[in-house]
Ligand binder design. Structure first.
Ligand code: SAH
Length: 526
């Protein structure tokens, strides 16, 4: 698709993609936009109104920059942003400039394109769903409707009324005379009273149906409807804040017939998920489904460990055992989904494949581990009643055959519970370390999000994750965040470790998995 970009591309220059992220709900970005973000971007410049969950789990090399409003700071100046776009592309990087809504609707995308053209930087513009269509759709307000509205006018209200603004004078007096149409004002919350007053003064009926939609198409959507003359007062009573859209016209009466969107039980809640990449998707998606705004800021990450000598020795042993007795060689033991993934990576590096597992029975702790095995077409033969390494070791000791080889696939920091439980069984235990756990780092975007607004909840699935979180943010900032936020723990073991570090647990999941976390948040936050 690069062929669509404007101007032939010099090999050393990156392309800038001006991408509309849609209005809030991360599901409303286009496929093209999502693909560019995940598969082509080297650098992403992010605006304030973009749903954080869109920026989670990008490939590790992608640099995320925040250019929106920060608490206590000003917006990065437009000319600085433009400079940054040009510089970054000139350095050979592909840039995704991710903007709320559509890049060309009150988004300065057009201005950026002009600058890029002048600088000889190739670019592509990917449209997005603008607030005027998204917020109205999620409120049950069609922009056009037979016999009620035959056109829609989009304008920015902050240049109104009759004030020379960046867009020149907004012709409110002309708008006031329009009939059978819909007026949609962006950036209008602060001037709502003035705009309404002016329109009425200029001849619009005082009882003209109207609405304000705050944070449309997000879990926090709020729709306030009133006749034009009462709208500002009602919006004030209901504490409507930006970003919000003003919609004026008979179509604002239609929600009575066609409104459909119900924000979920966690609407308006901001939840931080600290689980590592690869283990957070279910939780993040589940929380979003409940209406929460989710910041996925992994506290830890995993890195492969591959020791060829250990693998060599192991494979030699297995091959010798197979040659001697072609039946069962023993057990392969997995206690985490990482273990499964990194094990099969290692196996591939050794030039082997799934058939290696043939003469083994498989033991697995935890639902997620079982699911990871299923991705390789495998089903565990033994899953202990209780999801702990200790229980697995104990059950395995009962069923293992004398002389079995037990390959214990593990992380570098894993606990020795399985080995301990098997100490007295007549089996050979071969530990195989396939990954290690490291602290994840935070970037400019994580910091900007955290400073924008304190989270309501922060989820920890282990004590060590909280320790990593403290190292990540620094003790002082971590304490500030943790004291301003309710801590959600995955279960009693994690809770007691966290309490031991001096923090309160607000909610504890039962069952002790992602589903349990979602359940407890849904119930208790209501
Ligand atoms: N390019 C964006 C608009 C940016 S200007 C777009 O196409 O949507 C910012 C203004 O957009 C806000 O002041 C508000 O009026 C509107 N806006 C953005 N997101 C919104 C949302 N989720 N709900 C209602 N209005 C929104």
């Amino acid at each position: 698709m690069n062929t669509n970009s404007h101007s032939p591309k010099e090999p050393s220059v990156g392309t800038v993609y001006l991408v509309g992220a849609g209005p809030g709900d991360a599901g409303l970005i286009t496929r093209r936009g999502y693909d560019l973000l995940h598969n082509h971007a080297d650098v992403v410049l992010v605006d304030a109104l973009v749903d954080p969950s869109l920026l989670a789990e990008l490939p590790a090399h992608v640099e995320r920059r925040y250019v929106g409003k920060r608490a206590g700071h000003h917006v990065m100046k437009q000319d600085k942003i433009q400079e940054l776009l040009v510089e970054t592309a000139k350095a050979g990087k592909n840039v995704v400039r991710l903007k709320g809504g559509d890049p060309l609707v009150f988004g300065r995308g057009g201005e950026e394109a002009v600058v890029l053209r002048e600088a000889g930087i190739p670019y592509e513009i990917v449209p997005g769903i603008t607030a005027a269509t998204a917020a109205t759709a999620y409120s049950g307000i069609p922009l056009t409707f037979r016999r009620k509205s035959c056109y829609a006018v989009l304008f920015t209200a902050n240049a109104a009324p009759a004030r020379e603004g960046e867009c020149g004078v907004i012709p409110l007096a002309d708008f006031a005379k329009l009939k059978d149409g819909t007026l949609v004002a962006y950036m209008g919350v602060r001037v709502l009273a003035k705009v309404a007053e002016q329109l009425i003064k200029d001849g619009m009926p005082a009882d003209q149906p109207a609405a304000v939609i705050e944070r449309g198409a997000t879990g926090a959507q709020k729709v306030v409807r009133a006749p034009l003359s009462e709208l500002a007062e009602k919006a004030k009573t209901e504490d409507v804040k930006p970003p919000a859209l003003i919609v004026i016209g008979e179509v604002t009466e239609l929600p009575d017939q066609i409104a459909w969107y119900e924000p979920g039980p966690l609407a308006t809640k901001r939840v931080v998920v600290t689980r590592p990449v690869g283990q957070a998707r279910e939780l993040v998606d589940g929380l979003r489904g409940l209406g929460a705004e989710v910041l996925h800021i992994p506290a830890i990450r995993f890195e492969e460990r591959f020791d060829r000598d250990t693998w060599d020795a192991l494979l030699t042993d297995v091959d010798a055992r197979r040659a001697k007795s072609p039946g069962q060689v023993g057990w392969l033991v997995f206690t985490s989904e990482n273990g499964v993934r990194f094990f099969f990576n290692g196996l591939r590096r050794m030039g082997r494949d799934i058939r290696f597992t043939g003469p083994f029975k498989l033991a697995a702790v935890g639902v997620a581990t079982g699911e990871a095995l299923a991705e390789y077409g495998l089903t565990a033969d033994l899953v202990p009643q209780t999801a702990t390494g200790k229980a697995l070791g104990a059950e395995l000791a009962e069923v293992a055959t004398q002389g079995d080889l037990v390959i214990r696939v593990r992380g570098e920091l894993g606990n020795p519970a399985v080995e301990t439980a098997l100490a007295n069984a007549d089996v050979t235990v071969s530990p195989l370390t396939v990954y290690t756990t490291l602290d994840a780092s935070i970037d400019e975007l994580d910091q900007a999000w955290m400073h924008q607004k304190d989270p309501d909840y922060i989820v920890f699935t282990s004590g060590s994750t909280l320790q990593a979180f403290r190292r990540q943010w620094g003790d002082e900032e971590a304490d500030r965040i943790l004291n301003a936020t309710k801590i959600v723990s995955i279960g009693p073991v994690t809770s007691s470790l966290i309490r031991g570090m001096g923090y309160d647990i607000a909610l504890e999941a039962d069952p002790h998995n992602n589903a349990g976390i979602l359940e407890v948040l849904k119930e208790k936050s209501a």
